[in-house]
Unconditional design. Structure first.
Length: 429
């Protein structure tokens, strides 16, 4: 019986995902960090600008700021030119236009920069490696049975006051004091204040100053337009010797802008006053609503003067993330799947497929797949029966970093195996 030689043809290029091409061609170009970012951020200009997921809200904010100014310059300012000296009227219009441009710049300085994102870990921290002066509660069960699980809360000392910090299961790190995880952006942010939908970005350590300047400047712009619209109405009343209602009918745009800027000034003005209080007491919006430092000692309050200096005159720290850097071979810190606390071999299914997994992986031969599969089964068996010994630092980190690759490789070889079997059946026919 004549035997036939069957060869496996490579999959067509259009059927391969980006991650599949990198496994088949490990020498392909390395992606940039922002291209494989696990947060919900959106990047522009090749990673130079980083926005939140609600980027479209910025266009609404720009419209709400620019449109009243356009109406003011188009319908109100021509009347002011006739009522004021020519140079004064032009100055009024120029100030309004320049101030609007300044507000828009502050808006993009707030929304288009890293607010203070803390990079994710590729594996959870080892309890014995924690040498930062923090302490773990003695009643935590992990301290009694020797299991490698991590406590959800640690205690650190800030200015002589004990502060509790939480473990972030998504970023696999203990959040520094004043840090919180934003559920919208899916990042841990330093000195997290809040997520502002109007600017489409988290407000944190690196953009809070610009956020306050944006809000306060918008308040002054509203008051500026409000005041000169009233001046225009007053001039109309004096020129035509009419009442307020008839003056509104002669220039309805002024009436609309008065009503609009009055409501907007209450909103952004109240926000400005609230954040002035937070600045004077060195609080964040998150801390004010959650901890209520009025009833207890605020560990971050250094006095009104030093608090103002800390916000407006201190140096803004550099970003901890280089979004335009190339992903290195060990790129698990960027795209390793988030895992629940104390389950090292049970990663959650990521919200994106492994097609965005990057890094230069060496192609694994088909015969090595059986060894990997047996290794997974053995580790899984130990985990199920609860007899898995405590791993060393090297073994612990290796398992965390390899688990996504093992799962992806299993899918890759299953796909290749099915494709090979179909080719054999077609060849036999």
């Amino acid at each position: 019986m004549q035997s036939k030689m069957y060869t496996t043809k490579p999959l067509p290029q259009q059927q391969l995902s980006d991650s599949n091409r990198r496994i088949i061609d490990p020498n392909g170009p390395s992606p940039l960090v922002y291209q494989v970012w696990k947060g919900n951020n959106r990047f522009c200009l090749g990673g130079r600008l980083v926005f939140g997921p609600d980027l479209r809200s910025i266009f609404l904010t720009v419209f709400l700021i620019v449109m009243p100014v356009i109406l003011f310059c188009s319908f109100v300012s021509p009347k002011l030119v006739n009522e004021f000296p020519h140079s004064v009227a032009n100055l009024i219009i120029a100030i309004c236009v320049l101030f609007t441009g300044y507000v828009i710049i502050l808006l993009f300085l707030t929304s288009g920069r890293d607010p203070g994102i803390i990079p994710r870990n590729s594996h959870p921290p080892e309890p014995e490696d924690e040498g930062d002066g923090s302490s773990i509660s003695a009643d935590w069960p992990g301290n009694q049975n020797g299991a490698p699980s991590l406590p959800p809360i640690k205690e650190v000392v800030v200015n002589g006051i004990v502060v509790k910090v939480k473990y972030c299961q998504t970023c696999m790190l203990y959040r520094p004091p004043r840090c919180s995880h934003c559920s919208i952006c899916n990042n841990c942010v330093e000195r997290f204040d809040h997520h502002c939908p109007w600017v489409g970005q988290c407000i944190g350590k690196r953009n809070y100053r610009f956020f306050f300047m944006f809000v306060s400047s918008t308040t002054m712009l509203c008051l500026y337009v409000f005041a000169f619209c009233w001046v225009n109405i007053r001039k109309i009343m004096d020129a035509h010797d009419c009442n307020l209602w008839r003056a509104f009918l002669k220039c309805p745009v002024s009436g609309i802008l008065i009503l609009y800027t009055f409501v907007a000034a209450w909103f952004v003005g109240g926000l400005t006053a609230f954040h002035l209080y937070l600045i004077f007491t060195n609080q964040t919006t998150y801390e004010n609503f959650r901890y209520r430092y009025d009833g207890k000692m605020n560990p971050y309050n250094r006095g009104c003067a030093l608090n103002i200096v800390d916000i407006f005159f201190s140096k803004i720290p550099s970003s901890r993330n280089n979004f335009r850097a190339k992903v290195k071979g060990d790129s698990s810190s960027v795209f390793t799947t988030s895992m629940p606390l104390g389950h090292a071999m049970s990663p959650e299914i990521p919200k994106r497929s492994f097609d965005i997994e990057t890094g230069k992986r060496q192609a694994v031969a088909a015969e090595d797949f059986e060894d990997i599969q047996s290794q997974m089964e053995s580790v899984g068996g130990l985990e199920r029966c609860g007899t898995q010994p405590r791993r060393t630092n090297w073994d612990h980190k290796l398992n965390w970093e390899m688990s996504p690759d093992i799962r992806m490789l299993a899918g890759e070889f299953e796909m290749e195996r099915g494709f090979t079997e179909r080719q054999k059946i077609n060849g036999g026919l």
